[in-house]
Design a protein around this ligand. Structure first.
Ligand SMILES: [Mn+2]
Length: 349
């Protein structure tokens, strides 16, 4: 993906990449330690002895230099090559490293570049799409299996553990984020941590989970009812389902991210639950489970073909419970491709 940086060299003389995900994306080095330096003439990975062999094997277009102090090495290059403008990752260096950079890079000017670099990861290649789709399939398989396991008396922690085990059995390489498994009134916590609470008859159960596959993340959420759903539960569930449908209907290349959020949000508002939908409609997914573009009420990003985003409206009512339904989709020129092949009619176990 290094060619995606070409256009930046009209504005900058050097690009200093320090976040693990951008290092991996632009150089293929997945060790996450050190820094990547790219200028017109040089492509260098600075990393310590633990990662030298790995970096040499992964980052074939880069020179690998073993060091415990990449900052000094970069300072030297800047001096020798009279580098003046450096794009650096403002979101991934500590204040202390930033101050050192200001001091050691002397005359070179530093420009905040995290957002610029992160945006280059938004549109996926065919290969990335295949991997993410496969990772999402693993989630769907794990979900269909967990339905046999969820029953009254089982704790949220047990459900989360079992779900993670199924994802691994189905080929996942680990979780993409901490699995959410909440039940009953605890479903009002959008990112609730699984507890020792045991599932009871009549509970909503919300499961939000994802796995890693070849470096890429997946993400899905389903809410089910254990036993028969009450009228109130059905009403809330249908509001979320309709809102999600509206979002899925709306999302295609050329639309504004904030308008996608509005398409779903307005449905929930119509149902009278507007104040209980307090997060964004969705987010990009790739090497990171939460990356650009955000489908938030403020996001001015225009969706493009082959971006991967989640569509996940929710309603969370304190002391009562909540519902979230989340699919992972690929933006297309005329609509979108849904990677989450799992039913959305309310499941009553
Ligand atoms: Mn999500």
């Amino acid at each position: 993906m290094i060619s995606k940086l070409d256009n930046l060299f009209s504005e900058y003389d050097g690009i200093l990449i320090t976040s693990p995900f951008n290092m991996q994306y632009f150089s293929k080095f997945s060790g996450g330690e050190g820094a990547v330096w790219i200028s017109k003439n040089e492509r260098i990975i600075f990393t310590d002895s633990r990662y030298t062999e790995q970096a040499e094997g992964e980052a074939l277009l880069f020179e690998v230099r073993e060091t415990n102090n990449w900052l000094d090495e970069v300072a030297l290059i800047i001096k020798e090559e009279k580098i003046k403008r450096i794009l650096f990752e403002d979101q991934s260096v500590s204040a202390s490293v930033y101050l050192k950079m200001q001091n050691r890079f002397e005359k070179a000017k530093l420009f905040a570049g995290s957002d610029k670099l992160n945006r280059l990861r938004m549109v996926k290649t065919e290969r990335e799409l295949k991997t993410i789709a496969k990772a999402e399939q693993i989630c769907c398989k794990a979900f269909s299996r967990i339905l046999d396991f969820v029953k009254p008396g089982i704790s949220e922690k047990e459900v989360a553990t079992e779900l993670e085990y199924y994802m691994k059995q189905e080929g996942g390489e680990g979780t993409a984020f901490d699995t959410v498994a909440v039940s009953g009134a605890r479903c009002s916590l959008p990112h609730g941590v699984p507890s020792d609470k045991r599932i009871e008859k009549g509970d909503f159960v919300t499961l939000d989970f994802g796995c890693m596959l070849d470096g890429y993340a997946s993400d899905m959420t389903r809410t089910i009812v254990v036993g028969k759903a009450s009228e109130e539960q059905k009403k809330i569930y249908n509001a979320v389902k309709d809102a999600q449908h509206a979002g899925l209907d709306f999302i295609q290349a050329g639309v504004l991210a904030k308008d996608a959020d509005l398409a779903a949000r307005s449905v929930i508002e119509k149902y009278g639950f507007g104040k209980y939908f307090r997060h964004s409609l969705g987010h990009g997914v790739g090497l990171l489970v939460h990356e650009l573009p955000n489908l938030s009420p403020k996001s001015e990003i225009i969706l493009e073909e082959n971006m991967v985003v989640s569509c996940e409206p929710g309603i969370y009512i304190p002391d009562f419970g909540g519902v979230r339904i989340e699919d992972l989709i690929c933006v297309k020129n005329n609509g979108n491709l849904n990677f989450t092949d799992t039913q959305k009619d309310l499941i009553e176990l």
